[in-house]
Design a protein. Sequence first.
Length: 304
Amino acid sequence: MCSILTEKNRIMNRKSQHFLQAIIFCFIVFLSTVGIGANQPEKALLWKITGNELEQPSYLFGTIHLICPDDFFIEDSYLEAFKKSRTLVLELDPMDPEVVTAIQLKMMNEGMANIKQYISEENLEAVDSYLKTNFMAGIDQLGIIKPFFLSTMIMSTMLDCEQPDSYELYFRSMAMEKEIPIKSLETVSDQLSIFENIPIQDQVKDLEKTILDIENSQLEFHHLVNAYKAKDLSALYDLIQNNEMMNTANDDILVKRNKAWIPQIEEIIRQGTAFIAVGAGHLPAADGVIELLREQGFTVEAVE
């Protein structure tokens, strides 16, 4: 067991301090395939929440969980909104020691079972080779990690930089400087329970497909980044309409979580101005956070 943990830590160190954040921040790549509907959202990442007897406005910001420094951007309006806020709200606080510990405890398959038993024989060598090339360990070592985590690790290899930036970490750092509270909408168990409902065979199949067609996967990821930089929430959806896993798990990955967040968000914003930063994929669509807040009587407007 100790040797396994040592190997895991070595791999994590190689992928830089952002490795755990990559694990936590995976959900942007599993956006909904649900249609946007007739009223497509404006091209904006920052939204102002007012009305419904709110004494002060709050702000909703759509993030992309990992992005290279050359693509990372912060506009004056984002900073102005944050400066007015008295609370930062994230899906999950990535630097909370309890979160880090929970992630480390939940990374391994039950009984240290290896997922290679689910990988087709003709693809096993390609999967093993890709892992060895990028993580200095093959399927015999890394196969004991849950496929959800492995997929996130592979996602990190699609970036054109060694140390990506994170909007969540950026705003968290500002909150620490400003000495304002940081609140989470979910726990690690909440997020990981989503994938417990997806058969492991399906998760491994998706993992295989990503590795075997890595060039196309990288291209799709770059298109995703470009859509984010264009603040085009509709395009973010369009780019993943063909994601097979989303066809069966969209309700768990997005819809149920969005609906669970609304009562929490309402309670927080009634206590004062808050800056709510969640994955951009949670914002649009009929069951997105923007429309759900509007259904509760709030006015949600794009900020230029």
